[in-house]
Structure formats: structure tokens, C-alpha cells
Design a protein around this ligand. Structure first.
Ligand code: CIZ
Length: 298
């Protein structure tokens, strides 16, 4: 029997749902019930009735689903799929930042561990970071752990002072302003859509900056026909599906996250068949982290 069909059968038998991040391999996105960014997927995880969630993404995403749905079984098909950006900061680092800036709330990008979320006041994703920071009554805000996203938010909300942490996504950091120059020459008619995890000079040279969901929406609503995409390769799958009449090129060949690419069809099959690798978060930690997440979800 084909692996896809076996997954479908196991999924039905176990009342499971498959969630896949926009950065996952095409084959994984194809078997998923829901594909999207972490904001969308966290809302789905919190609202669906399924008892088993197979989270095709990286650890912090599966952890987020578990925190929001503590009574469900959350499986991460490849247990060592992590996020180097999330690993740049620890809970102790956050406590130290809070000591240095005692009156500033901590806004924490969803790309962070449960321990770091638990020390934060509110979570955000790249889809809602600007809106959430703008809505805070405080003038000074600690923004962790992505310095590039923090810089982007600070520019959109110039009346606030953002205290930034020096973390970055090693995949998005590969893009340089010269790459933008080169694609402008190669595809002069194209719109360049970039993720705010890229360096500020790269973001400034692009035509539009946004999360994966916002990039997809921009391309869907645009009258233009050619786009250069400055985020992880996996997004091209959704773009090709939702805009079959448009052309998409990747801005840089290195925009491939090795952790996101660990999950394959056989990983999902094994996860369902052997109930591996189940995510656990202690209730003490989950209570605090949930507060930061539910403030974001509104
Ligand atoms: O918010 C997310 O899911 C991430 C990590 C990127 C994006 O823009 O979708």
C-alpha cells in the first residue's frame, strides 16, 4: 500500500490531524489537513476536536500546540527537528533582561522554547508582531529572540524603544543586499517579497516584507505575475498552488531550513504507528507559557 494511503488510514483510526508548517517538504504539505504559519496552526491546534495532533514542523511549534491543548497527544515526527534561533536564548537570559529593564514587558517571538515563553508577557509571530507591540501601553519593550524581526517591528512602531536580543535565523541570515541587486537585474519585472527575519538592509531593498502568510496573501492579491521570494523554499509549494498563473523564484539557493526538511512521509507514518515522539511540557511551565500565548491569540 502506498505510504500516503497508510498514513490516511492510521490518521482516521486514531482520530488524528496533521498540521504542517509552510516550510515543510511538498510531500508533507500534501498529506496535511492544515498548512500555514505558526499563528494559524496554533489557532487550529487550540480549536480542533482531534485527540492526536501530528505537528510537522520544529520542536517549538509542537510544544506550542501541546501548551494550548494539554490534554491532547502531540507528536513531533522528527524529535530532533529544532530551531537554532529559539536556542539562542534561555529562560535565565530573559530573567536577566527583565532585571535590567524592570518596567518593560517581554514580547517573545513564537520561535522560542516553552521555558522562554513562560518568562514572557506575550508571544507574537511575524504575522502579528507589529500589531501587538503597537498595542502595548508601554514605551519600552523587550523583544526576543530575533534581532532582525525586532528591528523591523521597531521601524514600524517608531514611538517605542525596543530592547533587542541578538538572535537570528541562520537560514534567513544568508541573504545579502547583493542578492537583491542580482535578482533585480535578472528579473526586472518581478516583485521581491521578503521575510522580516532577513537582515534590515535586505528588508529595506525589497518591495514587500511579511510573514509567510502575508507573502502568500500579497502574491494572491497582486496584479503582478512574477515574484522573487525571500523566505524558506517550502512556501513556494503553497504559492504555486494558490497562484497557478504566476511565476515564483527563490531569492537565494540557501533558503532551505535543514530542520524543517527532516520530516518525510515515513516520519509521519512512524509517528502515527508508534506514537513517537510525544511532546511533554510540565503543567507548571505550561500554565505560564499558556498565558503568553493566549494573550497573543486574543
Ligand atoms: O510564524 C511562523 O510560522 C514563522 C516561523 C514564519 C512565518 O512567517 O510563517
Amino acid at each position: 500500500m502506498e505510504l500516503k494511503q497508510k498514513i490516511e488510514e492510521l490518521k482516521k483510526a486514531q482520530g488524528a490531524v496533521i498540521l504542517a508548517h509552510n516550510y515543510q517538504l511538498d510531500e508533507v504539505q500534501e498529506v496535511a489537513d492544515y498548512v500555514g504559519d505558526s499563528f494559524y496552526l496554533s489557532k487550529i491546534a487550540a480549536s480542533i476536536a482531534n485527540e492526536v495532533i501530528v505537528f510537522c514542523g520544529v520542536r517549538f511549534m509542537a510544544e506550542t500546540a501541546k501548551i494550548l491543548s494539554p490534554h491532547k497527544t502531540v507528536l513531533l515526527p522528527e524529535s530532533d527537528a529544532g530551531c537554532p534561533l529559539a536556542d539562542t536564548i534561555t529562560a535565565e537570559d530573559v530573567r536577566s533582561l527583565k532585571k535590567q529593564h524592570p518596567n518593560a514587558p517581554v514580547v517573545c517571538y513564537i520561535n522560542s522554547s516553552a521555558e522562554v515563553k513562560a518568562e514572557s508577557d506575550i508571544c507574537c509571530t511575524s504575522s502579528n508582531a507589529v500589531k501587538l507591540v503597537a498595542a502595548l501601553p508601554d514605551q519600552t519593550v523587550i523583544f526576543i529572540p530575533d534581532e532582525n524581526l525586532g528591528d523591523y517591528v521597531a521601524k514600524q512602531v517608531p514611538d517605542k524603544e525596543l530592547i533587542l536580543w541578538k538572535g537570528c535565523c541562520v537560514t534567513h541570515a544568508k541573504v545579502q543586499p547583493d542578492n537583491i541587486k542580482a535578482v533585480r537585474k535578472k528579473y526586472p519585472e518581478a516583485k521581491i517579497l521578503i521575510h522580516p527575519e532577513c537582515a534590515p538592509r535586505v528588508v529595506a531593498a525589497a518591495d514587500f516584507a511579511g510573514s509567510t502568510a502575508e507573502i502568500i496573501r500579497y502574491a494572491e492579491n497582486s496584479k503582478e505575475k512574477t515574484f522573487v521570494i525571500g523566505t524558506e523554499l517550502g512556501v513556494l509549494h503553497s504559492l504555486a498552488k494558490s497562484c497557478p498563473d504566476k511565476k515564483f523564484f527563490l531569492l537565494h539557493p540557501g533558503l532551505v531550513c535543514p530542520n524543517m526538511k527532516k520530516t518525510r512521509l515515513h516520519s509521519i507514518y512512524n509517528a502515527l504507528q508508534q506514537r513517537q515522539a510525544e511532546i511533554t511540557v510540565t503543567e507548571e511551565l505550561a500554565i505560564k507559557a499558556r498565558l503568553a500565548l493566549t494573550r497573543m491569540l486574543g
